[in-house]
Design a protein around this ligand. Structure first.
Ligand code: SF4
Length: 963
């Protein structure tokens, strides 16, 4: 069909308007496009892959002229949350710039879709205020002075410091603290090569508690629901709109619902997720485990249990044997355990969790709890559920929520089934890394302190408190896409830590954009957004196993044009770099002659004496991905070439029921069965479990089965928590005095279009959401005499913040909410950046009390982006997290985010955005929570249970304490 046939005929009105000069000339333009489909055929959703190298489209900016542009479509992955959805960068061939981002249809998890944050990457990379060059501070740390330096200077100075620390035996003083990881194993490899136990992460302000609850059952510490095929879905939190793996999960939840699944949501807030639910259960914060255990009781009482699954795969014999009241049920400790006795014992143990009890704790009607439990039972093996942050991260004992939720999965036999919930590890690819160093033999007590021997992830949020007590020092401290001054509780403690050079010798902030923590750095090193860096991604988004490749798209576009780029910063805007190459080059500066044994892990295998290249690194990995070399060969590509072209690869299309897999012959040959049916090596390591006479994989736990009874909890001092339990939260209603104006503050909920602290330079996102009022229920507002937009003072344990009120029915009475995404700030001496979202504030300290007051809200300004002059909003919200004390859970170590607060009308001296915090009180609250721990209850001289995973796992010998 000729292009001419598709030229649009202009209406007479258009022709007349053109002639009169009322509108610009509409055409014919410089060319016309061939149609992609014939009239009547289905429209294409994406440009055909065959045209990705040379794609013609009209320039939207040239309208009303029809001006054709030639684009090259280069895949990468989004870096704006943990999901790593596939993006296609439309690179303009004439300007060499990225014109926009859309979804990559080849990506198995996101399937061509994105949320608002994916396409907004274009805002971030074109932000005129972004950090484009390496900077070094001028003047005192935190004073606000900066000078531009080159990468070579930064590498030499930082590498020299680290080299000296390693040489002088101060290896635990070198620390890498990560906010958004976004890669698979890269940093573990780097830190192991350096021989440091230097990994710190944000997990214990995020998902550490839920992970702990899952890990007690099965070692794998996350759920992987198969929503698409579920008959019933249970979510704790606003998972559909803002959850972990947000877009991949959301589209599959909707897919499941369109196929008939029902959705139940536990959330004190009427989120957009709850508004889509079949059943919304507005639970009292912290009561979730009580509700879940009541549902478990209904499954037990009404015979809705998958007996075969539980009998085969749960350590019920241990449960029965260790149950203190087993004798009363007729099965004494010496008797051969019988499954029916176990079920009777279990039902008896949970007898107290009646629907009425759960209703009293949660405020949800008992009939609703019963109805949901029955629907779960009816769904059976097609019951999918998920909890992650929310209740788990909010409450003392929040880990018990995930443990109770997993009990429902176990009782219904929906673990690892189609429509059920798999362990995370089954859907996550583990790469084979090149030149991989051995595990370090050190243990860093600043990250894994002895007071929390069960903590599953680093106790990162108490780092300033530990340093304040003189328990260590950091020589070189990297913060990487990480902003604890703003995102963490107790941010003033971080400011104090970072400005004290006796505690932190050198702070290096690796960041794509200015943030509150980078203001207190010695070096600010610009690192790329999702289209400016390399990373390997693989996440448990659904029933499959996939990998995706984040790549610097301009570098890849130049490569396709036959141009060689030595380092990614030469292709990116300014000198924005990427961590992969930075760590390689830094490692060479740490160990220039190879004497420390570091450099050999970063040398090219094919070019002696040269640094490892990213092509060699990823080429090694991709050549070892099952099926990828064959798929690539079919297209006459190398595995790396395939990933550069398509950006993603599905390794397996389904991964269910792996616990039933027979052990591989070589593993089976290494073991033998014990009396419990475990398949053990001669050294006692569990390889699997015998079922039907066959040694099968089972689960990587001490029993080889799902641990309903946790011997670990008994051995480490928490016998009362050895089975799924309900722990009353620190914000339980019995601990609140409503007459005094006390509320539970929920400070954790996400806004779907914002990133923790990286959306400040995404204008589209900030325009949608830029204020965080306190949600107050209508009843409470009437009692307190509050109306929308009134000012309130929200008093925490250590200070207060002043915010506006939003009166609403969308939150339970007695509970107030405030989104944590908003309230970004800079001081007047700090660089002008993130202008879409940042207030200008004044910080002051008087004795032990810090204050923050807003000097100016968001304002229009002048820079290269004309939209900056069009900023119409002035309200940048309030920084609430900085007024929260740290609440380390005594078992999991997770920060318990919910706050007991007093909400009162603002006084005459209170101003919107005011913050005050007493640091003496902050340290006191830390100590009060630490006093809840049982540090010496575990086996002597063992730091942690050996079977537990931990980030950057050291050699087993490091788990043993020598002093
Ligand atoms: S869910 Fe949104 S922010 Fe997260 S990776 Fe996908 S597109 Fe990016």
């Amino acid at each position: 069909m000729s292009a001419a046939r598709h030229r649009r005929r202009r209406a007479w009105l258009e022709r007349a308007s053109e002639a009169l000069g009322l509108i610009p000339e509409l055409g014919p333009g410089d060319a016309a496009l061939e149609p992609l489909v014939e009239p009547g055929e289905p429209l294409l959703k994406f440009p055909p892959e065959a045209q990705w190298d040379d794609w013609s489209e009209y320039d939207s900016q040239a309208w009303p002229r029809r001006q054709l542009r030639q684009r090259m479509l280069v895949p990468t992955t989004c870096f704006n949350c943990e999901s790593a959805c596939g993006l296609l960068a439309y690179v303009d061939k004439e300007t060499g710039q990225v014109q926009r981002f859309e979804g990559n249809p080849r990506h198995p998890a996101s399937r061509g879709r994105t949320c608002a944050k994916g396409p907004a990457t274009i805002n971030q990379i074109h932000d005129p205020d972004r950090i484009l060059f390496p900077l070094k501070r001028k003047g005192a740390r935190g004073e606000g002075g900066w000078e531009r330096i080159g990468w070579e200077q930064a590498l030499a100075e930082i590498g020299g410091r680290i080299g000296r620390a390693l040489t002088e035996g101060r290896r635990n003083e070198v620390v890498y603290h990560v906010g958004r990881p976004g890669h698979e194993g890269y940093m573990d490899r780097v830190l192991r090569a350096w021989g440091v136990d230097g990994h710190n992460s944000h997990t214990n302000v995020c998902s550490g508690a839920a992970r702990f609850g899952y890990a007690l059952w099965q070692k794998y510490d996350r759920p992987s629901p198969d929503y698409s095929h579920a008959k019933f879905i249970l979510l704790i939190s606003a998972h559909l709109e803002s959850g972990h793996y947000f877009n991949p999960h959301a589209q599959r939840i909707v897919e499941g619902m369109l196929a008939g699944a029902e959705l139940a949501v536990l959330d004190p807030r009427l989120s957009n997720t709850a508004s889509r639910a079949t059943y919304w259960l507005p639970t009292q914060p912290g009561s979730e485990a009580a509700v879940l255990l009541a549902m478990a009781k209904i499954l037990l009482d009404e015979g809705l249990v998958d007996r075969r699954f539980v009998e085969r795969w749960v350590n019920w014999r241990d449960y029965l044997r260790r149950s203190t009241s087993a004798t009363a049920a007729g099965a004494g400790p010496a008797a051969e355990p019988r499954f029916d006795d176990f079920l009777a014992r279990l039902a008896a143990d949970y007898a107290e969790f009646t629907p009425e009890f759960a209703a009293a704790e949660s405020g949800v009607p008992a009939s609703q709890i019963v109805a949901v439990a029955r629907r779960i039972g009816a769904a059976g093996s097609a019951f999918a559920c998920h909890t992650w942050r929310a209740a788990g991260s909010g409450n003392l004992g929040g880990w018990a929520v995930a443990r109770a939720m997993q009990l429902l999965t176990v009782l219904t036999g929906s673990l690892g089934t189609r429509g059920g919930t798999s362990p995370s590890g089954w859907n996550k690819f583990v790469p084979d890394l090149p030149l991989n160093p051995p595990a370090q033999k050190l243990w860093n007590e600043l990250h894994f302190p002895r007071e929390w021997p069960l903590c599953h992830y680093e106790m990162s949020f108490v780092l300033p408190h530990l340093l304040r007590e003189g328990r260590g020092r950091l020589d070189t401290y990297f913060t990487r896409v990480f902003n604890p001054v703003w995102t963490y509780p107790d941010g003033f403690a971080w400011i104090e830590m970072l400005t004290d050079e006796s505690k932190v010798g050198c702070h290096v902030a690796l960041t794509p954009t200015w943030n509150e923590t980078a203001f207190f750095a010695d070096y600010v090193l610009p690192m790329g957004h999702g289209s400016e860096r390399h990373d390997l991604n693989s996440y448990e988004t659904h029933d499959a196993l996939w990998i995706a490749f984040r790549q610097p798209v301009l570098r890849e576009a130049l490569r396709r044009q036959g141009k060689t780029v030595e380092r990614t910063w030469q292709a990116n805007p300014g000198e924005v770099w990427e961590e992969d190459e930075f760590w390689i080059d830094l490692s060479w500066r740490i160990d220039p002659d190879g004497a420390l044994g570091v450099r050999k892990h970063f040398e090219s295998p094919s070019r002696p004496g040269q640094p490892l290249s990213v092509d060699e690194y990823y080429g090694h990995i991709f050549e070892r991905v099952p099926g990828l070399p064959e798929a690539a060969a079919q297209e006459r590509l190398s595995p790396l070439g395939y990933m550069r072209r398509y950006g993603a690869f599905e390794v397996k299309s389904s991964c269910l029921l792996q616990h039933e897999d027979a052990l591989a012959p070589e593993a089976a040959a290494r073991g033998a069965a014990d009396a419990e049916g475990r398949w053990l090596t001669p050294q006692g390591a569990v390889l699997g479990v015998v079922q039907d006479g066959v040694p099968r994989k089972g689960f990587p736990t001490p029993s080889g089965r799902l641990e309903l009874d946790s011997g670990t909890m008994r051995d480490w001092g928490w016998p009362e928590y050895s089975r799924p339990v309900y722990v009353r939260s620190h914000v339980h209603p019995s601990r609140l005095d409503r007459a005094r104006g006390e509320f539970v503050l929920l400070p954790t909920f996400r806004l779907p279009n914002l990133i923790h602290s990286r959306s400040g330079n995404a204008k589209w996102l900030a325009e949608i959401s830029h204020r965080n009022p306190v949600w107050v229920n209508r009843e409470d507002a009437a009692r307190l005499g509050l109306a929308t937009d009134d000012l309130v003072r929200v008093e925490t344990e250590i200070g207060h913040f002043v915010d506006k009120v939003w009166v609403t029915e969308a939150v339970k009475p007695g509970v107030v909410c405030c989104s944590h995404h908003i309230g970004r700030w800079r001081r007047s001496q700090d660089p002008r950046a993130n202008r879409w979202a940042v207030n200008t504030v004044r910080l002051a300290r008087n004795g032990s009390v810090w204050t923050m007051s807003t000097v100016a809200g968001i304002e229009p300004g002048d820079n290269a982006d004309p939209d900056t002059r069009r900023i119409w909003w002035r309200d940048g919200g309030v920084h609430q997290n900085i007024t929260h004390a740290v609440h380390p859970d005594p078992v999991s170590g997770m920060h318990c985010w919910h706050q007991k607060v007093r909400v009162v009308k603002a006084g005459p001296d209170d101003r919107y955005g005011d913050v005050a915090v007493d640091m003496a009180r902050s340290q006191q609250v830390f100590r009060e929570w630490r006093a809840l721990t049982r540090p010496d209850a575990g086996p002597p001289n063992l730091r942690r249970p050996l079977w537990f995973n931990r980030p950057l796992r050291p050699a087993d010998e490091a788990y043993r304490r020598t002093v």
